[in-house]
Design a protein around this ligand. Structure first.
Ligand code: F6R
Ligand code: MG
Length: 375
């Protein structure tokens, strides 16, 4: 059994919230190198999407392991130190607690972890997104594992015909449910179509009994009780041989669908698939980005990555994202560009409600305030 873990955090932005500084990347690489040398990790790779730094690691300790989570925590402390030295923006912003206590749950960093017996050939894709939330994976996961118009294998591969089981979390009430698809398809869509609350946590093949996908499901804003940045999710998807092919896993991203996030975590904007070189959301702190890093895992080693959205076949999705961004931006502070009041990460409403309390009167009362148009 090996475990593939992606653990990520925003420990400081360069410039503003657009990227991770090269010195922080170098420090994380040094730490990963040391952890490989000491035998803690089998292998590791450091990547970034926007201002989020991801540690992609293979090891044998299983998900939620103290040793691995504390290693990631220490690495993020080290990159925070550099961010502070350089005066980078929001240094250490995702490290919500002063002391690490065994496991990263509720402490700020996000993580997706999967353990499995390595197949003779093990292709996996690590998706990293910036300026959006974990529910952003709902639509592509649905398409990969449940939509025959996306995934031909659901119809013509014997090993996929029985479908997939989706584990869905309710992030508000902290409970979960399994939907067996295709039988439960319509029930599931009622929930996962509301991605701010219901998030697909994992997907399992009903034929192979193997977990095929895992996402990070932390909602940082709820954990912290105040705004500390959108959760900027990551996801692992295993591919081929009875699971969706690499091309079926990437296909949903040819549509720049709308997600919540972007500027101040408070706007709907299109998700733009990009190469790592272009994973720097600058326009209106967006549009939100997603990168796809493909690896072959062999004896636990990460062979790769291949920067899968560098393919020009995704150019049109990028153009579509720019066009959708232009369209949505023209709404300015109006919905549906701005999120509904209850989903805003920043708000002046609490203060306004108090300040304007006296000026709101029942609609039946005659208005007496100066400046009102009396007939
Ligand atoms: C979105 C995000 C940014 C910031 C924005 C304002 O997830 O991180 O859009 O919300 O740049 O940041 P502050 O309030 O720190 O100036
Ligand atoms: Mg971010």
């Amino acid at each position: 059994m090996i475990t593939l873990s992606i653990i990520k955090a925003d420990t400081g932005g360069f410039v503003g919230h657009t990227a991770v500084h090269p010195d922080m990347m170098a420090e994380a690489r040094r730490e990963i190198g040391r952890a490989i040398d000491s035998g803690l990790l089998i292998d590791g790779h450091v990547a970034a999407c926007g201002d989020d730094l991801s540690l992609i690691m293979t090891h044998t300790y299983g998900p939620d392991a103290d040793l691995i989570h504390s290693f990631a925590w220490d690495t993020f402390q080290a990159t925070t130190h550099i961010a502070k030295e350089l005066g980078l923006y929001g240094a250490g912003q995702d490290l919500l607690s002063d002391a690490f206590s065994g496991n990263l749950r509720g402490m700020g960093p996000g993580y997706a972890e999967l353990d499995f017996d390595e197949r003779p050939s093990e292709p996996v894709i690590c998706f990293l997104a910036d300026k959006t939330e974990p529910g952003a994976w709902n639509l592509p996961l649905y398409k990969m594992f449940a939509d025959p118009f996306n995934t031909a294998g659901l119809v013509i591969d014997q090993k996929m015909h029985a479908g997939f089981a989706f584990e869905v979390y309710d992030l508000y009430d902290e409970k979960r449910i399994i939907f067996d698809c295709p039988a439960d398809l319509y029930e599931m869509l009622m929930y996962i179509g509301a991605p701010a609350r219901y998030v697909i946590h994992s997907v399992r093949s009903r034929t192979l009994g193997e977990t095929a996908a895992a996402t990070s499901t932390q909602r940082l804003s709820l954990i912290a009780g105040k705004y500390v940045g959108k959760d900027d999710p990551v996801m692992i998807v295993r591919c081929q041989s009875g699971l969706p092919a690499v091309g079926e896993v990437l296909e949903p991203f040819t549509f720049a669908y709308a997600v919540a996030g972007c500027m101040r975590g408070s706007h709907h904007a299109p998700l733009m698939p990009v190469s790592t070189e272009h994973a720097h959301p600058s326009r209106f702190d967006g549009p939100p980005r997603v990168v796809a890093l493909g690896f072959q895992i062999h004896d636990g080693k990460l062979i790769g990555p291949r920067d899968l959205f560098a393919d020009q076949a995704f150019d049109r999705a990028r153009e579509q994202a720019t066009e959708a961004m232009d369209y949505l931006r023209r709404h300015g502070p109006f919905e549906p560009h701005r999120l509904p009041l209850e989903d805003l990460e920043y708000t002046t409403m609490t203060v306004l409600t108090k300040r304007l309390a006296d000026r709101w009167t029942p609609m039946t009362t005659e208005l007496a305030t100066a400046g009102t148009n009396k007939r």
